[in-house]
Design a protein around this ligand. Structure first.
Ligand code: NAD
Length: 482
């Protein structure tokens, strides 16, 4: 069995920890590799390598640093299909979903390649008579990132390109459930010829996370994952004096107004809920139908859900893959059981889904709940599976109130043909990412990305201009020449 290695100081090395986890294909159950659970000593070795690389790398002119990103972009571009296939094998999503996953990651490399312009400060002549003022941005040192299982190629690329473009050095811990995409991406990064120690990869689980949060030579930590762990990382890393941005879980509401274009809306709602088997932090979860839209949306959604082809994401014609693990399947099934116990009506039941020839896959079929009421567990907690919850609201005010009652605030969408309703919604809804006639308000590299309330801990969001703020110290220089 292949045992994954860490990438530290420009070389591949065995983790010192002896515990390993099996990485499995969630559709076939096949073992793909063993991932080591690295220790605090492994983290320390990576941080030391990153620290050693920092003086040379931070002194490298931004224009030259940008050239490495141009090179990375070309190498990544030539390996889109290979990374997509690896992503599908370890995560289960379809090949086209996996291509989009890596594609959005590459957009961040493209954006960060403009670092000479992004890094510029501001200046003002004559803040007082013959006195000028300007700002400069400087890197801080070593940054670390911790990422979740659901977008194996993309999420690490929300951080790595900006961290190194700004002159910092970087250590990544990918999800131990899906380490293979990043393993290959780091082999590709090696081909770009970055100086040793600028980027480092440490495999593992919570011990690595806790070692990052406590390490005195790490300047800042980025986290993406569930809210409970996001809160923990935010608290412990901030207590150790670090910058932190921690992106957490979600419960996303899709509001359908009576004037919404029906056919396109239903298709888009279905894609938001069932795309990537519902394992997206931007996935729609609760559909709030306003006025007389309920029956049409309900019937249309059930029709779409029945048309989904569940199976191995690497096979043509399959439109929805498995969920990540048997444990996660059991978690999703227990939410469905709970919804039934709470009195919601199960219109479409995905609990007994089977795929012929794949007895060991983690299958959950598309599921639709009717008559869901505010306060039910299925209407409040993150399920992270292919489960739709349908609710009614009498008007837009009530729909916004339902969405805003959530402890989460990652994304929310409205479907309408009214500009007034759309404006009202975007202004009042408590979510960081808002879709208008779009059910997945997807991350755009050149804009910031992140939620509100229990979906985000920190202030500077991922990528876009806020990434440059997160990864730099700003100095203000006031100058007078006698
Ligand atoms: P997770 O919280 O279980 O794991 C995320 C990372 O934290 C992993 O690298 C894992 O090794 C580590 N970790 C897990 N438990 C830990 C613990 N007790 N102490 C320290 N570290 C720990 O999340 P997941 O299941 O991998 O991913 C799914 C979650 O991520 C969902 O809640 C989803 O909404 C969220 N997510 C959020 C965004 C966003 O942008 N807000 C994006 C993607 C995923």
């Amino acid at each position: 069995m292949r045992v994954l290695e860490n990438f530290v100081g420009g070389a591949w090395s065995r983790a010192s920890g002896t515990t390993r986890l099996e990485v499995k294909n969630p559709a076939t159950g096949e073992s793909l590799a063993e991932v080591p659970l690295s220790t605090a000593a492994d983290v320390d070795a990576a941080v030391k390598a990153a620290q050693a690389a920092f003086p040379g790398w931070s002194a490298t002119p931004p224009v030259q640093r940008a050239r490495y990103l141009f090179k990375l972009r070309e190498i990544f571009d030539a390996h889109r299909d290979e990374i997509a296939a690896i992503c599908t094998s370890e995560h289960g999503k379809t090949l086209s979903e996996a291509r989009n996953d890596f594609g959005r990651g590459i957009e961040n490399v493209e954006h960060a390649a403009g670092i000479p312009a992004l890094l510029m400060g501001q200046g003002l002549e004559d803040v007082a008579s013959r006195i000028d003022c300007h700002t400069i941005r400087q890197p801080l040192g070593v940054f670390a990132a911790i990422t979740p299982f659901n977008f194996p190629p993309m999420v690490p690329l929300w951080f790595l390109p900006y961290a190194i473009a700004t002159g910092n050095t970087f250590v990544l811990k990918p999800s131990e459930q899906v380490p293979l995409s990043q393993q290959r991406i780091f082999e590709l990064i090696e081909q770009a010829g970055l100086p040793p120690g600028v980027v480092n990869l440490v495999h593992g689980g919570r011990d690595v996370v806790n070692a990052f949060c406590a390490h005195r030579d790490i300047a800042g930590v980025s986290f993406v994952g569930s809210s409970a762990v996001a809160r923990h990382v935010y608290k412990s890393a901030a207590e150790a004096g670090k910058r932190v941005q921690a992106l957490g879980g979600a419960k996303n509401f899709l509001v359908v107004m009576p004037d919404a274009e029906r056919q396109m809306t239903v298709a888009n709602v279905a894609e938001s809920i069932y795309g990537c088997s519902g394992q997206r932090c931007l996935a729609g979860s609760v559909v709030v139908c306003v006025g007389d839209t309920y029956e049409a949306v309900r019937d249309g959604l059930v029709r779409h859900a029945k048309g989904i082809v569940l199976g191995d994401g690497s096979k043509p014609g399959v439109t929805m893959g498995p969920v990540i693990s048997a444990a996660h399947r059991d978690r999703v099934l227990s939410y469905i059981n709970q919804g039934v116990a709470e009195g919601a009506t199960l219109l479409l039941d995905g609990r007994d889904a089977r795929v012929e020839g794949y007895p060991d896959g983690n299958w959950v079929g598309p599921t639709v709940f009717d008559d869901v009421r505010p306060g039910m567990v299925i209407a409040t907690e993150e399920i992270f599976g292919p489960v739709a919850c349908l609710m009614r609201a009498s008007d837009l005010d009530e729909a916004i109130a339902i969405a805003n009652r959530s402890e989460y605030g990652n994304a929310a969408s409205i479907y309408t043909s009214s500009g007034r309703a759309a404006r009202e919604f975007q202004h009042r809804v408590g979510a960081g990412m808002v879709g208008v006639n779009i059910g997945v308000a997807a991350p755009m590299a050149f804009f910031p990305f992140g939620g509100q309330k229990g979906s985000f801990f920190g202030d500077l969001k991922a990528h876009g201009p806020t990434a440059i703020d997160f990864y730099t110290e700003r100095k203000i220089v006031i100058t007078r020449w006698f």
